[in-house]
Structure formats: structure tokens, C-alpha cells
Design a protein. Structure first.
Length: 95
């Protein structure tokens, strides 16, 4: 799935294992809806793709990587609400 024609980063085809564990937690323990899980899955694959382009991954990402990702999103065509949800997905995974 493409994130949009104006974004240069492509999401990974599969969510990394660390992200999958977070999504399972949201499903089983937090009772999140399938639509929410689907959105978080897309968001985390996009973040993982961004990190891959920076030569890192979700397990080695730093605060600087997250700040750079927020800047990347801010420069893109997405609505503020979409960017916010994408960052909430990332923040939730690292809690």
C-alpha cells in the first residue's frame, strides 16, 4: 500500500516483529478495533521504512530519528490529524 504519491518513503511490506508485538498488545490487552489496528500497522510500517532509509530500525531508533520523522511528516501532504495519528502510533510503541 502506498502512503501517498508525494511521500518519498515507502512503508515496509511487513511490520517488524517489535511492532507486531505492540499491535498484538493493542488488540488483546487494550481491545482496539480492527480499523485502529490497521491504521497503526500502516503507520508503523511507514515509520519502519523511514528508519530503514536512515540505516536503522525500530529497535535502534533514537529520539533524533523520531524528531526527523516528525519533520518528514510535517513537510508532506498529509492532514494534521493524519500526521498526529502517525506520531501517536510511534509514541505508543515506545512506551
Amino acid at each position: 500500500m502506498s502512503a501517498g504519491p508525494d511521500l518519498e518513503i515507502q512503508p515496509l511490506d511487513e511490520v517488524p516483529l517489535a511492532c507486531e508485538e505492540f499491535l498484538t498488545h493493542l488488540t488483546v490487552e487494550r481491545g482496539r478495533s480492527p480499523r485502529t489496528i490497521s491504521a497503526y500497522d500502516r503507520d508503523l510500517r511507514m515509520f519502519a521504512g523511514f528508519l530503514a532509509d536512515r540505516g536503522t530500525d525500530v529497535l535502534r531508533a533514537t529520539a533524533d530519528d523520531v524528531v526527523a520523522y516528525a519533520g518528514f511528516l510535517a513537510d508532506g501532504p498529509l492532514a494534521v490529524s493524519s500526521r498526529t495519528r502517525m506520531l501517536v502510533s510511534v509514541r505508543g510503541m515506545y512506551r
